[in-house]
Design a protein around this ligand. Structure first.
Ligand code: SF4
Ligand code: SF4
Length: 408
């Protein structure tokens, strides 16, 4: 592919719009290229993703701005390759927020209506049905009704917000149910919002549909306030990040905790007691949004260590802040990249090569991506949420739990 001559295409107007849309870091970049080697696409190896050029292209106003149809299509493909994992931010010597630059370019593309059809459809479904799958709203509380979870009322200690994937995906539903069964065992009163629960819209914002995010997130805040919610417990790191770090810009003040935090608190308070041994070698995969982006590395590991029988192992060189993304963030879950262009394959291979019997996760996006990918690599290693493993150890009836020997 012929590289465009950037100097001929300098466009200060586009640069200023990008800065206004959040790309204020563009002048901090000194083109060292370190971000490129931190990016998971570098490890995929079959797609040339020149991350280090993005800040320069934005500074010149040439990012996502071509009037040539084919060139613009290539730009859209590039801008929507970023899975928002923030490995580049962590490694950049100048702290340049590259994903924020990509997000600014996405906002520009969304404003022009020039973004991938598959993501347009995702945003449309969220707008119409309050979930990214386009499922009817009245199906959302089914997982909770099956195990008798009450509707939230203000006398309760907290709202449990399972999120869209656990509510609608049958595999992830088992995670929400295992978590809720653990919460029931603590005897601390909690409830869910039933059909009044809507998508947190983190994905909408990361796709670049800022207006839709503001509208739907504001409606969520209204619904929480109307219901009298003060504390929210979540299963999904994407809901966590959105409620904790983005909703406050819209005026929300709720306390938000991720399952790895509140379940650990309950263990430490003696309200949950791991007892049944889980005698397997377990490798924990750090979700980018939970670990790198919110600093929650120790809590899921502490929960796993509290369970008798577990041998906890790490992916050598690619653990904690150096963990490799599953590829599902920022719309990646819905993108259709070629089989040999999948970040999830890199991560699934790293995890299975540890020789673990079980891969533990703490994010429904990672669960879906890694489970689907290990299967496609003909691996029978089960992928389990930390809450499922804890439920197996603590509860008489943990619900359906698939152990390594149950895999066919
Ligand atoms: S690592 Fe930072 S300074 Fe170096 S090229 Fe990437 S964004 Fe620029
Ligand atoms: S956020 Fe992740 S995917 Fe995006 S450019 Fe940075 S390292 Fe690459």
């Amino acid at each position: 592919m012929e590289r465009k001559n950037l100097i001929d295409e300098i466009n200060p107007e586009i640069r200023d719009v990008l800065i206004e849309m959040g790309a204020e870091d563009i002048f901090k970049c000194y083109q060292c290229g370190k971000c490129g080697s931190a990016c998971p696409w570098f490890q995929v190896g079959t797609y040339d993703f020149p991350v280090f050029r993005v800040a320069l292209e934005a500074a010149l106003g040439t990012l996502a701005a071509s009037e040539d149809k084919e060139e613009l299509a290539r730009e859209i493909d590039k801008v929507y390759r970023c899975v928002g994992c923030e490995a580049c931010v962590d490694q950049c010597p100048h702290g340049v927020d590259i994903p924020k630059i990509f997000r600014a370019a996405r906002r520009l593309l969304v404003d022009f209506g020039s973004y991938p059809e598959v993501l347009k459809a995702t945003v449309r479904r969220i707008r119409e049905t309050s979930n990214p799958f386009g499922e009817p709203k009245d199906k959302r509380p089914e997982w909770a009704k099956e195990i008798g979870i009450k509707h939230f009322d203000p006398s309760m200690e907290f709202l449990y917000f399972a999120g869209c994937i656990p509510a609608f995906d049958l595999r992830a539903r088992r995670v929400a149910q295992a978590t809720a069964r653990l919460l029931l065992a603590t005897e601390v009163p909690f409830g869910t919002l039933g059909t009044a629960e809507n998508c947190c819209c983190e994905i909408v914002r990361r796709i670049g549909a800022e207006g839709v995010f503001t509208e739907l997130a504001s409606a969520n805040i209204e619904a929480f306030l109307k219901a009298g919610v003060e504390r929210i417990f979540v299963t999904c790191p994407h809901c966590y990040d959105s409620f904790k770090n983005e909703y406050p810009d819209l005026g929300s003040k709720f306390e938000v905790l991720h399952s790895s935090q509140y379940l650990l608190d309950f263990i430490e308070e003696g309200k949950l007691k791991p007892k049944r041994p889980f005698e397997y070698r377990v490798v924990y995969h750090d979700p980018c949004v939970l670990g790198r982006q919110n600093g929650i590395y120790d809590e899921p590991r502490s929960i796993l260590r509290s369970i008798p029988g577990i041998e906890l192992v790490e992916v050598e060189d690619f653990s904690r802040s150096l963990s490799v993304c599953c590829g599902a963030g920022s719309g990646g879950l819905w993108m259709e990249w070629d089989r040999d262009e999948r970040i999830a394959s890199v991560r699934a291979k790293q995890l299975t090569e540890t020789g673990a019997d079980v891969i533990a996760v703490a994010c429904p996006y990672c669960l879906q991506m890694i489970e689907e990918t290990t299967k496609s690599l003909d691996s029978e290693i089960p992928v389990m949420d930390v809450a499922e493993i804890l439920a197996y150890s603590c509860l008489e009836d943990p619900g359906p739990i698939i152990l390594p020997e149950d895999q066919s």
